[in-house]
Design a protein around this ligand. Structure first.
Ligand SMILES: Nc1ncnc2c1ncn2[C@@H]1O[C@H](COP(=O)(O)OP(=O)(O)OP(=O)(O)O)[C@@H](O)[C@H]1O
Ligand SMILES: [Mg+2]
Length: 314
């Protein structure tokens, strides 16, 4: 449904989005997950046609940017990072204003749409309130109603839960899941659990590049499979341990993580293809006079993988 190829955006000579390619299928909820400054907003702005890419292509259904920009804009509902609401208006008046702006001229059609949106976004109790008096979560619901006014096929939501309290986050998440049953949704977040809880697929983005792109289930499963051995040893020199264990296999990557006051050295041992080398490691250490203080296999959580993939390059 949405095909992005080699999308790149420079701000002067700074590359904010670097050669991103991805496909978003109809009906999918895709989470664009990345830390601050990763390039999420820039990517979403290009998808919505608000920014022109420096290079690369975007095709939505059979429409191509920028030639079919207007048509594409009509397919997309967009909730920007900070929703530009008119704070001195009542919610109802604001939605009326948006509806007219979007060309819903018929009064009854507008009324019907308000009822649907009010139901979906939980607005009935606040329709007559000034926007300025609403909590952040309620404002965000009005922003969502705005984005969905014309019942677009695609929704692009930029950090829809940012700055909300846990209850409000859960409410917005439920709304997104309900809408997601019928629509294609792309939303950005910098919170892993958020993406995990809501999305069918997660694209992790860092420094303008996609560093992982898979179904949430696959990402979780692979993270579960990816494991390392934690080993703590007393009575050894670091280099001797590294030399001894490196001799077992080239696949092993051994890093020392700490040394405590009792000179116990802690290591993390990873294997490039996830083979379990515990027995070989044990047999090697048995030949020495070192004391094993800790020796266990740990699985690498998705959280840790996310942190590693989005680590600042030093
Ligand atoms: N108008 C602009 N001019 C110059 N640089 C910009 C501009 N907008 C964004 N940038 C830079 O581009 C990079 C990507 O920004 P972007 O806003 O897309 O990131 P983001 O992932 O949305 O971050 P956040 O989580 O903070 O919203 C950042 O380094 C940012 O400083
Ligand atoms: Mg942003």
């Amino acid at each position: 449904m949405i095909e992005v190829q080699n999308l790149t955006k420079y701000y002067k000579d700074f590359c904010a989005v670097d050669n991103i390619s991805m496909t978003i299928r109809k009906g999918e909820i895709l989470g664009l997950l990345g830390p601050n400054g990763a390039g999420k907003t820039t990517t979403l702005r290009m998808l919505t046609g608000y920014f022109r890419p420096s290079s690369g292509s975007i095709t939505i259904k059979d429409y191509v940017m920028p030639e079919d920009n207007l048509k594409i804009k009509s397919l997309i509902g967009y909730l920007p990072e900070s929703a530009p609401l008119y704070h001195n208006m009542l919610v109802y008046d604001y939605l009326e204003y948006v509806a007219k702006l979007k060309g819903i001229d018929d009064k009854e059609a507008r009324y019907d749409r308000f009822l649907q949106l009010s139901d979906l976004c939980g607005l009935s109790a606040i329709m007559a309130k000034p926007i300025a008096d609403l909590s952040k979560g309620l404002k965000q619901r009005v922003g969502l109603a705005h984005a969905m006014m014309t019942d677009p096929e695609i929704l692009i939501l930029d950090e829809p839960t940012s700055g909300l309290d846990p209850n409000q986050i859960a409410e917005i998440r439920n709304i997104i899941k309900t809408i997601g049953k019928e629509k294609t949704i792309i939303f950005s977040t910098h919170i892993l659990s958020e993406a995990e809880a809501t999305c069918d697929r997660i694209a992790i983005i860092n420094n303008g590049r996609v560093v992982a792109d898979d179904t949430t289930a696959n990402l979780k499963q692979n993270a579960g499979r990816s494991s390392f051995i934690r080993l703590a040893i007393q009575g050894a020199q670091k280099n001797d341990v590294v030399d001894l264990l490196s001799g077992i296999s080239e696949k092993l990557d051994i890093s020392q993580v700490s040394e405590n006051e009792k000179h116990i050295l802690s290591f993390e041992i990873r294997c490039s293809d996830n083979t379990d080398f515990r027995s070989q490691i044990y047999l090697k250490i048995k030949e020495t006079d070192w004391i094993i203080v800790e020796f266990q296999k740990e699985s690498q959580a998705l959280e840790k993988i996310f942190r590693e993939l989005t680590r600042e390059e030093k």
